[in-house]
Design a protein around this ligand. Structure first.
Ligand code: FNR
Ligand code: 8K6
Length: 347
């Protein structure tokens, strides 16, 4: 029984979702050379408009946020026009769509932006190289100055305003998966000794400043955030990180976001310093709308929602394999299994 997945859900007074299934943000590396979304991308998203809400693939807020080839942007007029095609196509099919706003921080590669500096909280490199471009090894970033931080906050809020111009229903700030905002929230990547590092309050300051700047620009009803309290990607965990998330979650509750979304690939993973699963940890500290994710089947998602472990489910890889995921689940049809080969085309 998965009936509860098909209940409507009000995120707030202005945003009503037709069901509780979100399409998770999924990087596809298919925008054109100017990082403009294409007609194929508009068609791809429109085929998935049955989701209660689509969250777009991560979209860079400025050139030095780029860490992978052909990831779309939201900082040029052409990119805004390209996204407008996508949002119109989704809306014409009765769907809703948020833009995921991204800066990869130390996971950026200067190959994509003329060799300029890579920006991060501290000059601590991430190990490894760019997926599918293994010749590009990650470099030691520049620790951002206070001026850099002010500019980044401004660029996030401008990208949020651009998202609204492009017709998005709101934005999800990408604060997860080891990228820039997450880099401030973990000790592995944040070694600062100024007001952006050292204590939970200081380590949360950049994330909250971005959230507040975007809320000022587009309103709390249209602002959401993704966080990864459990470090699992581009990041090493540290038991001191727990205090940072203990601090930021109640701070976020005061902001009345559209929702908070967990960033994880498999929600069965347990973290010692969180005393279990990330979703259970967040639920204890955050009472408002929570989006679960991470290797869920429809049955498991339905049970988790029934048990109030979270309110909405985001589905990633199965949505790549099944554009009609929502209809198939509703009708009890068999789902096509996901495989990595599917990433080479926008089916
Ligand atoms: C992802 N994920 C991801 N997360 C994110 O916040 N922004 C992104 O752009 C991407 N891109 C992305 C690409 C691909 C190919 C995969 C497989 C995953 C993570 C994704 O949103 C989700 O959290 C995970 O895929 C776990 O959910 P599923 O796939 O188990 O339902
Ligand atoms: C050209 C490559 C595009 C990369 C997109 C970035 C999104 C990340 C998806 C890669 C999957 C990595 C899985 C890591 C999970 C760790 C679980 C312990």
């Amino acid at each position: 029984m998965t009936d509860n997945l098909f209940q409507p859900y009000a995120l707030n007074n202005s945003l009503h979702l037709a069901n509780r299934i979100l399409m998770a943000p999924l990087t596809r590396c298919m925008s054109d050379a100017e990082l403009v979304p294409t007609q194929e991308m508009a068609d791809y998203y429109a085929r998935r408009a049955g989701a209660g809400l689509i969250i777009s693939e991560a979209t860079i807020i400025r050139p030095d946020g780029q860490g992978y080839p052909n990831t779309p942007g939201l900082f040029t007029p052409a990119q805004i026009i390209g996204w407008r095609k996508v949002t119109d196509a989704v809306h014409n099919k009765g769907g809703k769509i948020f833009a995921q706003l991204w800066h990869t921080g130390r996971v950026a590669h200067p190959h994509f932006f003329n060799g300029q500096d890579v920006m991060a909280p501290s000059a601590v490199a991430v190990e490894g190289s760019v997926p599918r471009m293994r010749e590009l090894t990650y470099v030691t970033p520049k620790a951002v100055t206070h001026d850099d931080i002010q500019q980044l906050i401004q660029d996030y809020s401008q990208a949020a305003a651009n998202a609204i111009d492009a017709g998005f229903d709101g934005v999800e700030i990408h604060g997860a998966n080891g990228y820039l905002i997450d880099q401030f929230l973990h000790h592995d990547s944040n070694h600062r000794e100024d007001e952006y590092g050292g204590s939970p309050e200081n380590m949360s300051r950049f994330a909250l400043a971005v959230v507040d700047a975007i809320i000022d620009r587009i309103g709390h009803e249209r602002t959401a955030l993704r966080l990864s309290p459990g470090a699992y990607f581009n990041m090493a965990g540290d038991k001191r990180d727990r205090a940072v998330f203990d601090y930021i979650l109640p701070q976020l509750e005061r902001r009345h976001l559209a929702f908070l979304h967990i960033g994880i690939f498999d929600d069965a993973m347990e973290f010692d310093y969180l005393e279990g699963r990330v979703s259970d940890y967040v639920r204890k500290h955050y009472q408002q709308t929570l989006v679960g994710v991470g290797s869920y089947t429809p049955d498991h998602a339905s049970a988790a929602i029934a048990n109030e472990r979270f309110d909405l489910i985001a589905i990633g890889r199965p949505f790549i394999a099944n554009p009609d995921y929502v209809e198939k689940v509703r009708q009890g049809k068999t789902l096509t299994p996901y495989s990595d080969d599917m990433l080479s085309t926008l089916f």
